[in-house]
Ligand binder design. Structure first.
Ligand code: ATP
Ligand code: MG
Length: 302
C-alpha cells in the first residue's frame, strides 16, 4: 500500500532524507521513529505529494507519487505536523471544505462519519478558533480521513495534547490500522511500542533499524541481562564468582545484587555455580531492554 524505494531529499547541500526504502501493507501500522531532525516530516511530505523527492520513488496504493500524483494523493489522508486550520470556520465547515476539495461526492454522510469517529459531533457548530489543542488535533484527524483513504499518514499526532487525549488518539490510530495502512511518526518510544506493528528507526535521514518492536529489541541486544541477588558471600567474592561463569561478559553491583550481562542464556549455569559455592540464590530475573535503550544506542552511534 505504501512502497518507498530509495527516497531521497536534499535541501541545498543538506541531505535530509537519504535513500529510504520500505513497504507498509494494508492493515499494518508502521511507526517512523527518530529524534528531531531525523527526516520524518520530510519523508511524509514526499509520500503525500507535498514535495517531490530529489531522487528515488514511492507508490501509494499503486500510484506513483510523481507520475500519478493526483491519484496518489486521493488515496492518502495526511495529518501534517502543523495542521493548517482556518479559525473562522466552524468545525463542520472545515471538514466539509476538505471533503469538497478532495472531490468527495456524498460529502454530508462523509463529514458526519468523520466527525462522529473523532467525537466532534457535539462541537460541529463551534468555531475552530475556540477549540482546545486536543480538539484541534482531533479535527485534523477528521480532516485527514474524511475522504476515507486507504493510506493514512500522521505526523506526530499526539504531540502537545493531554494524556487522556493521547490515549484517545492512540486508540483511534489502532482502530484505523485494522483496515487501513497507517504510517505514524513519533519520537516517543513507548508510543511506537504500543501502537505500531512495525517500527522503522530513522536517524540522519537513514533507516538504521526496522522490525517488530519486540524483535528489534532482541535483534539489537543479543544475549541477556539478568539481575541476581544472593546471600552468603561478600560482594567481591560474589562478583568474581559470577564473572567466572561461562558466557558472562559483564558484572556490575547494583542495589542489593548484581546486574549480569551475558552473550547466551546463562541462567542454568549461574544457579549451578552459585549453589556449588554454597551461596543462596535469593532472586534472579531478566532485565528487559526497552526500545528506548535500543534507540538511544543506535542514535548515539549514528
Ligand atoms: N524546508 C527546509 N529547508 C531546509 N532544510 C530543511 C527543511 N525542512 C527540513 N529541513 C532539514 O531537514 C532535516 C530533516 O528535517 P525533518 O523536519 O524532516 O525532521 P523530523 O524528523 O521531522 O524532525 P522533528 O522531530 O523535529 O519534527 C533537518 O536537518 C531539517 O533542518
Ligand atoms: Mg517532524
Amino acid at each position: 500500500m505504501i512502497e518507498a524505494k530509495g527516497l531521497t531529499k536534499r535541501y541545498g547541500d543538506r541531505l535530509a532524507v537519504d535513500g529510504i526504502s520500505f513497504t507498509a501493507k494494508q492493515g499494518e501500522i508502521v511507526g517512523l521513529l527518530g529524534p528531531n531532525g531525523a527526516g520524518k516530516t520530510t519523508t511524509m511530505r514526499m509520500l503525500t505529494g507535498f514535495m517531490p523527492p530529489t531522487t528515488g520513488s514511492a507508490q501509494i496504493a499503486g500510484h506513483d507519487i510523481v507520475e500519478d500524483s493526483l491519484e496518489a494523493r486521493r488515496n492518502v489522508g495526511y495529518l501534517p505536523e502543523r495542521v493548517p486550520l482556518y479559525p473562522d470556520m466552524t468545525v463542520r465547515g472545515y471538514v466539509t471544505f476538505w471533503a469538497k476539495l478532495r472531490g468527495v461526492k456524498a460529502s454530508k454522510p462523509a463529514v458526519d462519519a468523520a466527525l462522529a469517529r473523532f467525537h466532534l459531533t457535539d462541537r460541529q457548530n463551534q468555531l475552530v478558533r475556540h477549540l482546545s489543542k486536543g480538539l484541534k488535533q482531533r479535527l485534523g484527524l477528521a480532516q485527514a480521513l474524511v475522504h476515507n483513504p486507504p493510506v493514512i499518514i500522521l505526523d506526530e499526532p499526539t504531540i502537545g495534547i493531554d494524556p487522556q487525549q493521547v490515549i484517545e488518539v492512540r486508540d483511534a490510530v489502532r482502530a484505523l490500522g485494522q483496515d487501513h495502512t497507517v504510517l505514524f511518526s513519533t519520537h516517543i518510544l513507548s508510543e511506537a511500542e504500543q501502537v505500531c506493528d512495525r517500527v522503522l528507526i530513522i536517524n540522519h535521514g537513514k533507516i538504521v533499524a526496522q522490525g517488530k518492536p519486540a524483535d528489534l529489541r532482541r535483534q539489537l541486544q543479543p544475549g541477556s541481562t539478568l539481575y541476581v541477588v544472593t546471600r552468603g558471600a561478600d560482594k567481591k567474592k560474589m562478583r568474581d564468582l559470577l564473572a567466572s561463569v561461562p558466557g558472562v561478559t559483564h558484572v556490575e553491583g547494583s542495589g542489593d545484587g548484581f546486574t549480569v550481562k551475558a552473550n547466551t542464556d546463562v541462567r542454568g549455569e549461574l544457579s549451578t555455580h552459585i549453589s556449588a559455592a554454597g551461596v543462596t540464590l535469593l532472586e534472579m530475573r531478566p532485565v528487559t531492554t526497552s526500545l528506548e535503550d535500543v534507540f538511544l544506542e543506535l542514535v548515539k552511534e549514528g
